[in-house]
Design a protein around this ligand. Structure first.
Ligand SMILES: [Zn+2]
Length: 253
């Protein structure tokens, strides 16, 4: 049996691996080994081991068997390498995976941020830019002056302080003269009084900065000016100065 030793050693890893699954494989391997020995001309000992009725394997079956053995080796290598590698390799793998994953995640989340920046008109604008303040909101002569007076020559365009819907437009004979109310839909309304001419109608939707009329001295006015009010709810006048200032418009009070 000395002649079988090199052949057996060559097939030993595969044979032991295949034993639990296919016990018959061992015999076929021996046949292969014996056939190789016979081909080398070593002689009768190997032939006796093979058995009388087994045919010599063809080259095709030997090739298929070697491929199966290679696959078995590969499978076993994968199982053997994965089993002991997991305790030692996992600490090095998981930190690298953890450190690598946040980087692409940040890149992905940062991408949608830069979007359209096409908004030239601010939400709130000065209703009559360049005007001089002749009276601020507050007590005046024993009564509340409920708006800010802005003075420029008569006929100066008056602009909507923000987008909204015109809810009143006309002279209600209440001292405001020709006045316009704009409801901004957020609980606030703006009021523009003493106009010489009104340029909008009730129900009309206006944009911020859109001309709604022209400055004048209608109603109780000693001279041409815009009386500008902010209502937090209809007829609940608040100081327009801080309200507009927090919205980026400084009216000077
Ligand atoms: Zn006024």
């Amino acid at each position: 049996m000395q002649e079988d030793s090199p052949v057996q050693n060559e097939n030993t890893p595969d044979t032991t691996a295949e034993q639990p699954q296919r016990p018959g494989r061992r015999n076929r391997l021996i046949v292969l080994g014996a056939a190789a020995v016979v081909a080398l001309g070593v002689g009768g000992v190997a032939v006796a081991t093979t058995g009388p009725d087994r045919p010599a394997p063809t080259a095709v079956s030997a090739d298929a068997q070697s491929r199966a053995e290679a696959a078995s080796r590969a499978d076993r290598f994968a199982r053997e390498s994965s089993a002991p590698a997991s305790p030692s390799a996992s600490p090095s793998v998981s930190p690298s995976t953890a450190s690598a994953s946040p980087t692409p995640t940040k890149t992905v989340t940062a991408k949608p941020k830069p979007k359209k920046t096409t908004k030239p008109t601010p939400a709130w604008v000065d209703p009559m830019p360049g005007a001089s303040v002749t009276s601020c909101y507050g007590q005046r002569w024993g009564t509340l002056h409920a708006g800010i007076d802005l003075a420029l020559p008569s006929g100066t365009p008056i602009r909507a302080a923000a987008a909204g819907t015109v809810t009143q437009a006309g002279d209600a004979a209440d001292g405001y003269g020709n006045s316009v109310f704009i409801d901004h839909g957020n609980g606030y309304l703006t009021h523009y009084a003493h106009q010489s001419r009104i340029a909008v109608t009730v129900g009309q939707k206006v944009k911020a900065g859109q001309v709604i009329g022209y400055e004048g001295a209608t109603g109780d006015a000693t001279g041409p000016h815009l009386h500008f009010e902010v209502h937090q709810g209809m007829w609940n006048q608040i100081d327009p100065a801080p309200f507009m200032r927090t919205r980026g418009v400084d009216l000077g009070c």
